[in-house]
Design a protein. Sequence first.
Lengths: 111, 114
Amino acid sequence: GENVEQHPSTLSVQEGDSAVIKCTYSDSASNYFPWYKQELGKGPQLIIDIRSNVGEKKDQRIAVTLNKTAKHFSLHITETQPEDSAVYFCAARKAGTALIFGKGTTLSVSS
Amino acid sequence: NAGVMQNPRHLVRRRGQEARLRCSPMKGHSHVYWYRQLPEEGLKFMVYLQKENIIDESGMPKERFSAEFPKEGPSILRIQQVVRGDSAAYFCASSPGQGLTEAFFGQGTRLTVV
């Protein structure tokens, strides 16, 4: 089955800096890659996703890139703000299966 | 347009009791997924259901755990004879179908076994 590795497990940045979180997946048939943000005591919230027919997707300060050949995808957050502090999860799936998640990255943005 | 609703939000059970966790998917969604999250850990897949059908239960412990998604009503995750190790947050997500569609999560049920 699918296995998703996520790095780093913790990331500390200064407000205004960029943050990058990287994930690799094992199943070459996976073709949907979402990212979720989880704040303390809450459920994961979908923030951006990318499908395998696209190499990059951007939404304001958040962007995701996908390299299908290398089987890795990354989340980029620019101009970080204190409210970006949370745990971020990557995931992968193919049609007819459930999302398989990485172990998460705790992002801390200090002002 | 209500999101995924889970109840109860917090559940305390004594060892040996049964725990029932409920999940009502978003309107129009017919696929439900259950995940378990231990403190400081990620989301571990448990079971994937469609109405009246289990699609994938490969992440579910073989004993004491069961799940259903009936034609009418919410999806239920049932844990029989709970043990302290079952203490965790249980999250439900729903999606419109099998395709590459977004999945949205509820706020979770935090189960504490005392």
